[in-house]
Design a binder for this molecule. Sequence first.
Ligand code: PEP
Ligand code: MG
Length: 585
Amino acid sequence: MTFAVHGLAVARGIAIGRAVLVASSRVDVAHYFIQPEQIPAEIERVRQGRNAVVEELQRLQTDMPADAPHELTALLDVHLMLLQDEALTGGVKHWITERLYNAEWALTTQLEVIARQFDEMEDEYLRERKADLEQVVERILRYMKGVASPVAPPASSPRRKTQQDLLLDDTVDVPLVLVAHDLSPADMLQFKQSVFAGFVTDVGGKTSHTAIVARSMDIPAVVGARAASQLVRQDDWVIIDGDAGVIIVDPSPIILAEYGFRQRQTELERERLSRLRHTPAVTIDGHRIELLANIEQPGDAVGAVRAGAVGVGLFRSEFLFMGRTGNLPGEDEQYRAYREALDGMQGLPVTIRTIDVGADKPLDNKVHKDTHLNPALGLRAIRWSLADPAMFRTQLRAVLRAAAHGKVNLLFPMLAHTNEIHQTLAQVDLARAELDARGEPYGPIQLGAMIEVPAAALMVRTFLRYFDFLSIGTNDLIQYTLAIDRADEAVAHLYDPVHPAVLRLVADVIAEGERQGKSVCVCGETAGDVSMTRLLLGLGLRSFSMHPAQILAVKQEILRADTRKLVPWALQVLDGEEPAALLAS
Ligand code: PEP
Ligand code: MG
């Protein structure tokens, strides 16, 4: 039966494929694809894990005192029985062999499949055995955590099938779409190299970092789809409509044909836009606009150049630090990564932002498990760096060294206090002095601050005294101005990029930068939103940084824009109570 689930549209386009469910587990598990030759080793890892748990439970049974309650022995029997059940072991083998899931992923997937069967049982006693199953699987996972796991290999990328192929055959090699309750940005990064044609998550807001990574992958994605991971089943056919923020499950042939048509239209539109790649971004009245790329990994630089970016406006360096279970990259490793980005940009400038972890960007794979009371307001971004100056200076030295090989700008996230500015600049001086002491060469860099909290926007003049350039992080500026957690889908309807207060702050920062002859860029998601391009141009913005996939569509808007008309209109929007209505006019 066809049904639709509604969420938030975060990455445009249509994806049609079979659902791959990533089950959430109380134990953190990695999800990655293995190579075919690793199948026996992965099956062996699960077998060893299961055997170890069986032995442990048998030992418990043997050592059980004679007066132990009967329920306890019965429970151990149930657990042993579940562990040896073919439904579990056979299913896990299936996911490893047929889908090339790593062992932990295969286990949690099979757990989900069996758990659903338990849910459907009439008998309450049997239904409750689901909890036992979850416990034994967790035991296996915990055991496996202690067993060396092979490093995630680069995932293979099978040929993407056309809609025609898809309707004709239904073999294993069909597009896959990922459906999960939640995915950490680090998980998303792992999937970046993989085969998925689209993503759906139950939670998350439009500018949550998971959504941002999905957008950077340029594949259709819907977040905040509430119960999607409960409603969709493993292997269901799913259409992700990334434009409307809807997923259609088990589509009828007519719906499938309609979306197949729309998919082809999107492809044609992309081809048409690609002709603008070498066209300079100049408005009708002759203003040259700088279109820069946001990247998460050094390898993204190649795509940025291909999309026609004239530099990197935001390298989110924290992605180098994520998912490494505490083992942070050292100075040399970071230096190599920054150089790789510079090389990838072929002489174009690269703006590296210092590490911005915390809130919805935990360092390890955990999803939103920050134990702080209010992580978005807690030890995040520059606060995190200043709390660990040795770690911070390691990064600063790496960036300074990379700057000897190309044009590097250094950007600091989430500054709000003058004393944070002083401390940050002092750390830069210290990092330079450390390199001098080592006789290590380094290059000149421009220093910039992100304007992400209202306090920073309101004291823009102070910021401009200390920094060479500013970059407005609208994702956070909106979050902190409106007190809306950007990752919380429950308040996503209140997250408003054109709220008069937000626009006022953005406009004032742009105007002050212009007055002082210093560059101001917008690098939040607003910069890549074509419905905002005219307004930002009208407010005087001349530098935009966005995911490479959005550059050409924004360029098209710029080529059609005349700032002489946009400036008075933007002022009107700015003074209005309902900018959204004026924007649509
Ligand atoms: C922003 O806040 O707008 C920004 C660009 O930084 P991030 O999305 O990484 O927090
Ligand atoms: Mg930010």
